[in-house]
Design a protein around this ligand. Structure first.
Ligand code: ADP
Ligand code: 5GP
Length: 207
């Protein structure tokens, strides 16, 4: 069974960097490639970082009911196709979703069983510095993202885990620990525990 890991948090908090490190070390984890109407950044690849699609195409997919969740963020549309979940299930891998807070809330309100993780920066000024140093948005877009970050931070209590991404190495260890612990929760261990229990059943003299 695929476990969904939902990672959310203000833009610039460090989600992409943490996710990249996790995916490099964890072959059992698949990244959910979202659709977006925003323009690719330098170095971003279509089909790898995102499916970069037009607004018309996005809206057509939305009408056709192809999205598991979607949201408008900073003037662009973002969404996860159901197909991402289907492919992860076929590959028997877990699925990691990097989505903003409205999308995460849609899943929570639908009662979707997932591990909800909120990544935050150490402070507002720290976030601003990271967004500026990343150098991927113009001034107006940075201002929009910072304003949005203030609202996003107010959603913190909806999440099961909080990672304060100050020291990257420590934050990564925390993310990895969450994934390891969640995978051995009792309800996710049924298929692995079964054969162990079977081997004991043969020796049960009380039946
Ligand atoms: P997000 O995906 O949440 O928008 P990114 O992963 O793109 O954020 O990170 C934003 C910027 O901050 C990037 O330039 C990244 O290299 C940098 N960054 C991320 N985590 C840290 C950290 N712990 N310390 C310093 N810089 C960081
Ligand atoms: P960026 O433009 O920086 O890549 O992403 C902006 C925001 O959109 C980030 O907070 C990211 O988590 C979010 N995002 C990316 N893909 C999706 C998606 O499929 N659905 C939703 N709701 N948000 C997404």
């Amino acid at each position: 069974m695929t476990t969904l890991f939902v990672i959310s948090g203000p833009s610039g908090a460090g989600k992409s960097v943490l996710i990249e490190q996790l995916l490099a070390r964890d072959p059992g984890m698949r990244f959910s490639v979202s659709c977006t109407t925003r323009q690719p950044r330098k170095g971003e690849e279509d089909g790898v970082d995102y499916h970069f699609i037009s607004r018309d195409r996005f809206e057509a997919d939305l009408r056709a009911g192809r999205f598991f969740e979607h949201a408008e963020f900073s003037g662009n549309l973002y969404g996860t196709h159901f197909q991402e979940l289907e492919e992860a299930a076929l590959q028997r891998r877990d699925l990691l979703l990097d989505i903003e807070v409205q999308g995460a809330r849609q899943l929570q309100e639908k009662g979707i069983d997932a591990v909800y993780i909120f990544v935050v920066p150490p402070s507002f000024t720290g976030l601003e510095r990271r967004l500026r140093n990343r150098n991927t948005e113009d001034e107006a877009a940075i201002e929009r993202r910072l304003k949005q970050a203030v609202d996003d931070m107010a959603e913190n209590s909806r999440y099961q885990y909080i990672i304060i991404n100050d020291e990257l190495e420590e934050a990564f260890t925390q993310l990895q620990s969450i994934v390891i612990a969640e995978r051995i929760r009792w309800h996710r261990m049924e298929s692995k525990l079964g054969p162990v229990l079977d081997s004991f059943r043969k020796h049960n003299t009380n039946v």
